[in-house]
Design a protein. Structure first.
Ligand code: 4NP
Length: 157
């Protein structure tokens, strides 16, 4: 099963989601079965490492962010089973590139899996301070955990 996490810049939220999910997958010895990648709807930061603030806060929590930013491309619909978007704008942008119904059904909203807070989107921390980054990590830890359970259950049906 191949998962692609998508945000705007692919330097804050989606690389963090990728690293958190990778840790959960490794902890469950499922790395042979599930792989993760991330991308941005904008190519503004393509080729850049993730934001140093996000890398720093994630590292303290035990997550190693190594991804390099890249833009989402239509071909990703062929390469991934699930495409998980961080906010409504990402969702709309990715949806506008989906051609088939099968592609459209691959697109999920990360916030739909967040149980600890009633949130409709994973907020962009780029213009926030430390608290903004820590909040995103907390939301993503919960969402990744619920998402993983959901996808495994769905797969076994
Ligand atoms: P991300 O955060 O979408 O979570 O990677 C952002 C990073 C950069 C910008 C916006 C959001 N930016 O405007 O450069």
């Amino acid at each position: 099963m191949k998962l692609l996490f998508v945000c705007l810049g692919n330097i804050c939220r989606s690389p963090a989601a990728e690293a958190i999910m990778n840790k959960f997958i490794e902890d469950r010895n499922m790395a042979d079965h599930i792989t993760c990648d991330s991308a941005g709807t904008s190519q503004h930061h393509a080729g850049h490492q993730a934001d140093p603030r996000m890398r720093k806060h994630a590292k303290v929590k035990g997550y190693n962010i190594t991804s390099i930013s890249r833009a989402f491309e239509t071909e990703d619909f062929n390469n991934f089973n699930w495409i998980i978007t961080m906010d409504d704008s990402n969702y709309e942008n990715v949806s506008s590139l989906a051609i088939t119904e099968k592609d459209k059904k691959k697109i999920l909203k990360m916030a739909d899996f967040c149980m600890i807070k009633n949130c409709n989107f994973i907020p962009d921390p780029y213009y926030e301070g430390d608290q903004g980054f820590l909040n995103v990590i907390t939301l993503l830890e919960d969402s990744c955990s619920q998402l993983l359970k959901y996808l495994l259950k769905k797969e076994n049906k």
